[in-house]
Design a binder for this molecule. Sequence first.
Ligand code: SAH
Length: 250
Amino acid sequence: MSSIHRFFIKPEQIKGSFVTLGQPQAHQIRNVLRMHPGDKVIVLDNSGWEYIVELREIERDEVKGEVIEKRLNRSEPRTKVTLYQALLKGEHFEFALQKGTELGVVSFVPLISERCIVGDVDYVEKRRERWERIIAEAAEQSGRGVLPRLEEPVLFAKACRDLKLRGSFAVMPWEGEKKLSLKEALAQGGKPFSVSILIGPEGGFSEREAEMARRYGIITVSLGPRILRAETAGVVASAIILYELGDMRP
Ligand code: SAH
């Protein structure tokens, strides 16, 4: 990856060819990166375009620059992966957000399932800002062109219904699945363009949840004979899907 720094901004921060960055990016540019007028950064307005910007004025709370080139970002995966990750304690959920973003997940849905230890809407609302920052930083660092979305938390049963209504191709890694691998499920699904993944919490999904998922057309799959931690499973399943569907090539 090139060492030029990348910043996601709001579209209204670009006016014609002039760009204004506020906090905390001004602090990052001035005090952390110690950049100077004439230095270049890339800004992204979440449209899929990226703008190479030459810095003009670097103040404490505001940085101004001028767009010198506009180009299409080419690092978004063709395959759209949505990760329904059951809420996890401590930093584990953040790990899944960060690594999922690096890999190319387009959307994260906090999932509330039977065995979730933490699991109310409030838990997510209190952390939303922090989680969005983790996603943005991972997206900037990894060169993403579009910020992954952080959706509202949903109950397991609602997630099943939503997926069925949308006709989404969905897989649910489940330790109880003894026959079908993720690779086989993807092949049987005709290498779909968009895939939803459901990952359980620390204590896993219950048998009842696995049955419910199947009734709604969600395919239970195995990730092999070793039990992965929940945050590992989400990241690994995302990587396998992106790899199998050809999105991990130069
Ligand atoms: N119930 C397990 C741990 C759950 S692992 C126990 O305590 O023994 C957390 C989640 O990761 C699971 O719900 C599942 O979605 C996924 N997972 C982990 N390892 C897996 C594997 N080998 N196959 C399929 N899913 C797996």
